[in-house]
Design a protein. Structure first.
Length: 189
């Protein structure tokens, strides 16, 4: 059966797999998965999932870079949304001109979008901060065709203290293969 490995994608999906591969092969597979998430070309590397569903799930065997992998666990975007790991902000993003579903990580929601009580006194609100998060990504996105974009914005914290923060937005395939965007802190995956 081999060793169990966890492969993480920048889109928030993760796969727990069993394989006889070495750590070098796992790192190559991780790179292949990340490349897929960024370039949306994984369809060429994955075996077709069973006909009764659209995406791979635990128990399936997939081919990545010519190596067979048994999926032990799959964490989907739908699960992350249902469990609150990411927050759907598609409605606000659509107002800013986005055509794809957009979500922010729970940490971005809690630390950036939700103002602290002292900032509320100075006019800060969830709606306004969320608009700043998606609008600044829209501005940064117009200057880049990359699937991962780092951008900065200023947020009022603790009354009137402006704090410059960096966020990362990743566009990749969602659970059904259609493009989705996730906004997070640079160190998040």
């Amino acid at each position: 059966m081999g060793r169990q490995w966890k492969l993480n994608l920048d889109t928030g999906n993760s796969f727990l797999v069993n394989s006889k591969a070495t750590e070098r092969h796992v790192n190559e597979a991780q790179g292949s998965l990340t490349l897929w998430a960024k370039e949306q070309e994984m369809a060429q590397q994955w075996q077709e999932p069973p006909q009764d569903r659209e995406y791979a799930q635990a128990g399936d065997t997939v081919m990545i870079g010519g190596e067979a992998w048994d999926l032990v666990s799959v964490y989907t975007r739908a699960q992350a949304l249902a469990e609150g790991g990411v927050v759907d902000v598609t409605a606000t993003a659509a107002e800013a001109g986005f055509k794809y579903p957009v979500a922010v990580t729970r940490r971005v929601w809690d630390e950036v979008v939700t103002p602290d009580p002292r900032s509320v006194k100075w006019g800060q609100s969830e709606r306004g901060r969320l608009w700043d998060v998606v609008w600044m990504f829209m501005v940064a996105g117009k200057r880049s065709a990359a699937s991962t974009i780092h951008y900065r914005l200023s947020v009022i914290m603790k009354e009137r203290q402006a704090r410059l923060i960096t966020l990362k937005a990743i566009c990749g395939p969602g659970d059904d293969g259609a493009p989705v965007i996730t906004i997070m802190f640079p160190e998040e995956d």
